[in-house]
Write a new protein. Structure first.
Length: 122
């Protein structure tokens, strides 16, 4: 089943890796370099089954993006998985509404399993 996934990360290499990996699994992949760009896509009608959200980004970081997602009645039901290098943020990510936590460096099997679970639940 092809589903749309939104990858939000300011690092081009990580975005490309995720796009290539998820596309190879048959998913349609949207991408954004920061939270502002992601929210623009969502407000323009994009409805991914999951958002893969980096925390540390310019313009609008992952924390601010998550806050705006949860505060918007049209977007709050879209699950997001936080992707971050610093494990000390994991508990905070769940408190802000993350459906999953994926540490960097990424465990590809865990990433694919998380995407599958969140998209099936959506």
């Amino acid at each position: 089943m092809s589903v749309s996934i939104l990858v939000v990360d300011d690092e081009p290499a990580i975005r490309q890796l995720l796009e290539d990996l998820l596309s190879a699994e048959g998913h349609a992949v949207l991408s954004a370099t920061d939270g502002r760009s992601a929210l623009q896509q969502l407000h323009s009608g994009a409805r991914p089954c999951v958002i893969l959200l980096d925390l540390m980004m310019p313009l609008l970081d992952g924390w601010q993006t998550a806050q705006q997602l949860r505060g918007d009645p049209e977007l709050r039901t879209i699950p997001f998985a936080v992707i971050a290098a610093n494990p000390r943020y994991e508990a905070d990510a769940y408190r802000m509404g993350a459906a999953a936590w994926l540490g960097k460096p990424l465990d590809i099997a865990a990433l694919l399993e998380t995407v599958e679970q969140l998209c099936q639940a959506a």
